[in-house]
Design a protein around this ligand. Sequence first.
Ligand code: PLP
Length: 410
Amino acid sequence: MVRINENYLKLKAGYLFPEIARRVNGFLAENPNAPIIKLGIGDVTEPLPAACREAMAKAIDDMGDRANFKGYGPEQGYAWLREKIAVHDFQARGCDIDASEIFVSDGAKCDTGNILDIFGKDNTIAVTDPVYPVYVDTNVMAGHTGEADESGKYGGLTYIPITADNDFVAQIPTEKVDLIYLCFPNNPTGATATKEQLQAWVDYAKANGSIIFFDAAYEAFITDESLPHSIYELEGAKDCAIEFRSFSKNAGFTGTRCAFTVVPKNLTVTASNGQAVQLWSLWNRRQSTKFNGVSYIVQRGAEAVYSEAGQAQIKTLIDFYLENAAIIRRELQAVGFDVYGGVNAPYVWVKTPAGLSSWDFFDKLLINCNVVGTPGSGFGAAGEGYFRISAFNSRENVLEAMKRITTTFQ
Ligand code: PLP
């Protein structure tokens, strides 16, 4: 008899984005001409930087020329891209990360899920609440959790609340956990972590033999000079942290697909036979076996992010989205909303007015303003009473959406 991975049956059926789509489609069926503006899903809207497009066009020409044609590339990514990443993203910030510790991939989403392949089943796992849902769902799929309760919390996971009550700072757990997911700048709250706050996590991980999965997909949005961009800026992080990065949000590669994961070579875990095992070797083995690399064309596009023109163009892109976030913050604050994030991050996290639930506020915005955002409760129980508004949109749409919201809620 064929058996399925029954852990999939534990996943909550009403996943956030399908439910949003269901409500929006229901509304549109009755109001087909409603001028809906979507400030919900965190996809980028602005075109790819010219430097990346030009590099990819040239790479296509390479592929049409026998002398420069590329077949299978290294599973870990081309050395020229890994070298640029190591120099610009890490060594330039004082992090001792070598190109060989960088694994180029087709997404931080896949990597944050796939990383579980190299860890055992019995680890204790901590996530923040609210959280990027992929961390939780991939652990459910891997059989690392029990069933979900009514609030959507899965048995066996440690949830660390991040709300206005604790200034969106993830408090260090009192118990020992093995694997810890941290994401800064944070999706969905837009909060950031200071060096001191992250150092406390690194110290905790080292003291407890834990591993931190640090998702820095939004690091490019950090404008405050004092904030760390990488966990490896903290003392000791190379002994306890794996970092995930992406070209999706800094260079608009959400549809082009390129990302990377950093696994330091000195990061070891003791196996049941007492042997110290290098996580780098396991991840290298995993990638070499299950992954065949990112296309040459896309890696050339990613490489161009580090050219002078590329750096200038991605700065323009990020500044544009950050200005959208500033507009959203300013307009909502002007009519009395409590807003968080959106300064070093593309997400603005809004307290729903008059104690409305996240979904009630969603419906109100949809019906009265024809604006779609993301209910905070969809990111976890502690997100109830909050709402995420994304700055990834055209200026025109952001201004129009804010005009409608401020008129309705003034
Ligand atoms: N990590 C976080 C925190 C995200 O919010 C997202 C996308 O929204 C990703 C990772 C996905 O990155 P990628 O496009 O590289 O798969």
